[in-house]
Design a protein around this ligand. Structure first.
Ligand code: G3P
Length: 475
C-alpha cells in the first residue's frame, strides 16, 4: 500500500509483515493525514539484533569520523527543513514558523553534539595510587568512556524531531546504536528526519525507526533485553516504564507544572510578555502564575490585554494558538476548565472551543482546591493564584508532585533571588525569564515526578557512556 509510510531498519525502508497501519489524525482537520506501519514484535526483535551487531563496529569507528557523519546529518536536516516542518504542521498542528525553528534547532543540536563529543570523549583521566592512604606509587589508572550499547529513544509528540535528535546525536557520537520509537503523531516528521541520517551515510542497522501502536510494541520495546539504556520524554508513561525497565540507565523528562512566581518588585511588562510567550503544549510552559496580591490586578490586566492580541486558528496561518494534539487532550483541558468554573475561578475571557481548538483562557483567583492549581493542562489555559508572601509561593511549588522548572520574577538583589532559588525543589530556577529547556547545551532535569537524570548535550553524552578503567600495576 503506497499510502503507508515505511519504517526504517537495517538501512532500508520496509513494509511491516503485519499488513496493518496506524492512522495519524491531523489535529486541525481531525481527518487522517498520514499512515505509518504497525510494526510487529518480531520486527522489533530483528531491529534490536541488528542494532547490537552494528554497534560493535560503530564503537571502533574513529571519533572524528562519527562526528563527520553527524555534521553531514545536521546539514541535511537543515536542507530538508521545509518538508519536515510541513509534517509537523499537519501531524501536531505546530505553528508553521515554530515548526521550521524546531528543525533548524535540531540541526544545530546535532552539530554541537558532534563538536562536544570529540572534545569530551577524546579525554580520559590518569590517576596514581599513592594519593590514597597506605598506597605506594605502584599503580597507574587510565580511564576512558565507553558506549553503553543499544539506546532506545522515545520522544514525545510536541517535539518529535528535536527531542528525537537530542537523544540520537549523543547516543551516536558516544559509539552507541539507536532504536527510535517515534510518537504516533509526529511519526512522519521523525521518519523524514531519520531519512537525513540515512542520506548522511551512517552504517546499516545503526539506526532504526520502528513505528506502531504503543499497546502492541511499547512494553515490548522498553522491556526488551537487547536495550542498554532508555531515553524517554513524555508523560506518566515514563513512570510506568521506570517500574518495568531492567537494570539499565534511564533518562526521563516527564512534564511539569512550572510556576511563575511574581513578586512586588517584578517588572510586570516583562513578566506578562514571558507568560504569553511560553504557553501551550510544552513541558516548560508557564502552567501557573503565583502573583503577590499587591501586583496581581495590574499583572492580570496586562496579560489579558496580550491574550486579546493572540491569533487563534490553523498552524498553516502561523497562528499563536493552534489546535491541541488530540480530541482527548481537548476534553481533558475542558474538564479542568469546568472544574475551575464550578469552584468559582474568575474567567478573564469566555471559554471557547471548536473541535481541538481552544481559545486562550486566563483564570484568575484560582484556589488550591481546584484541579487546575495542580494538574498540567498542556494547552492554552493559565491559572493565576494570588499569594500574600513569597513563602506561600514557594510552598505551593514544593507541594507539587512535579519539579521541572520555576521562574522567579523580581528586580531585587541577587542574594534574595538566590535564597528563593535555593528553597525551590525544581531542576532549574529561572530568574527574570520564563521556564525553558534551551539553550540546548544547558543541563535540563526535573526532580520528583518530572524525571530521572539530566539532559542537555554534555550530560546526555556522558549519560550514554560508561567509565572503563585499566590499572597498570608496576613491578
Ligand atoms: O516540552 C518539551 C520540553 O523539553 C520543552 O522544551 O524548548 O520548549 O523549553 P522547550
Amino acid at each position: 500500500d503506497g499510502d503507508v509510510f515505511k519504517y526504517y531498519a537495517d538501512g532500508e525502508w520496509k513494509k511491516s509483515s503485519s499488513g496493518k497501519s496506524v492512522a495519524i489524525v491531523n489535529p486541525t482537520t481531525r481527518k487522517t493525514q498520514y499512515k505509518v506501519q504497525a510494526c510487529t514484535q518480531e520486527e522489533v526483535n530483528k531491529a534490536m539484533e541488528i542494532a547490537k551487531a552494528a554497534q560493535k563496529q560503530w564503537s571502533k569507528t574513529p571519533l572524528w569520523k562519527r562526528a563527520e557523519l553527524l555534521h553531514k546529518a545536521a546539514a541535511l536536516l537543515k536542507e530538508h527543513k521545509a518538508l519536515i516542518a510541513e509534517c509537523l504542521v499537519k501531524e501536531i498542528a505546530k505553528p508553521a514558523k515554530d515548526a521550521v525553528t524546531e528543525v533548524v534547532r535540531s540541526g544545530d543540536l546535532v552539530s554541537y553534539c558532534a563538536e562536544e563529543g570529540v572534545r569530551i570523549l577524546g579525554e580520559g583521566k590518569f590517576l596514581v595510587s599513592d594519593s590514597f592512604p597506605g598506597n605506594e606509587r605502584t599503580k597507574y589508572c587510565l580511564t576512558s568512556k565507553i558506549p553503553l550499547g543499544v539506546i532506545l529513544a522515545i520522544p514525545p509528540f510536541n517535539y518529535p524531531v528535536n527531542l528525537a535528535v537530542s537523544k540520537i546525536a549523543p547516543a551516536l557520537i558516544a559509539g552507541n546504536s539507536l532504536v527510535l520509537k517515534p510518537p504516533t503523531q509526529g511519526a512522519v516528521a521523525a521518519l523524514h528526519m531519520v531519512h537525513c541520517f540515512h542520506l548522511a551515510g551512517f552504517p546499516k542497522g545503526l539506526i532504526s525507526c520502528i513505528t506502531g501502536k504503543g499497546s502492541e510494541i511499547g512494553d515490548f520495546l522498553t522491556m526488551h533485553p537487547g536495550v542498554n539504556c532508555i531515553s524517554f520524554t513524555g508523560g506518566d508513561t515514563g513512570i510506568a516504564i521506570s517500574k518495568k525497565a531492567g537494570m539499565v540507565p534511564l533518562q526521563m523528562e516527564l512534564g511539569g507544572k512550572d510556576a511563575c512566581i511574581v513578586l512586588e518588585d517584578a517588572d510586570i511588562d516583562l513578566v506578562a510578555a514571558n507568560i504569553i510567550k511560553r504557553s501551550g503544549q510544552r513541558c516548560t510552559a508557564v502552567k501557573v502564575v503565583l502573583a503577590m496580591e499587591s501586583i496581581a490586578d495590574a499583572l492580570v490586566e496586562k496579560v489579558k490585554a496580550k491574550v486579546a492580541k493572540l491569533t487563534v486558528g490553523p498552524p498553516e496561518d502561523d497562528c499563536d494558538i493552534t489546535p491541541v494534539v488530540t480530541e482527548s487532550s481537548a476534553n481533558f483541558i475542558e474538564g479542568l476548565v469546568m472544574d475551575a468554573k464550578k469552584k468559582g475561578a474568575t474567567f478573564c475571557q469566555e471559554y471557547k472551543r471548536e473541535g481541538n481548538l481552544i481559545w486562550p483562557l486566563l483564570l484568575d483567583n484560582v484556589r488550591p482546591n481546584m484541579r487546575i492549581a495542580w494538574e498540567e493542562p498542556f494547552g492554552p489555559v493559565l491559572p493565576v493564584i494570588r499569594i500574600s508572601s513569597v513563602e506561600e509561593g514557594i510552598h505551593h511549588c514544593n507541594a507539587s508532585n512535579f519539579g521541572l522548572q520555576v521562574a522567579v520574577s523580581s528586580q531585587g538583589t541577587s542574594t534574595k533571588q538566590l535564597l528563593i532559588s535555593d528553597a525551590m525543589e525544581t531542576g532549574t530556577v529561572q530568574i527574570n525569564s520564563a521556564p525553558a529547556r534551551g539553550p540546548d547545551h544547558f543541563p535540563f532535569q526535573g526532580l520528583k515526578d518530572s524525571g530521572i537524570g539530566s539532559q542537555g548535550i554534555t550530560n546526555s553524552i556522558n549519560m550514554m557512556t560508561k567509565v572503563k578503567t585499566t590499572v597498570i600495576n608496576l613491578p
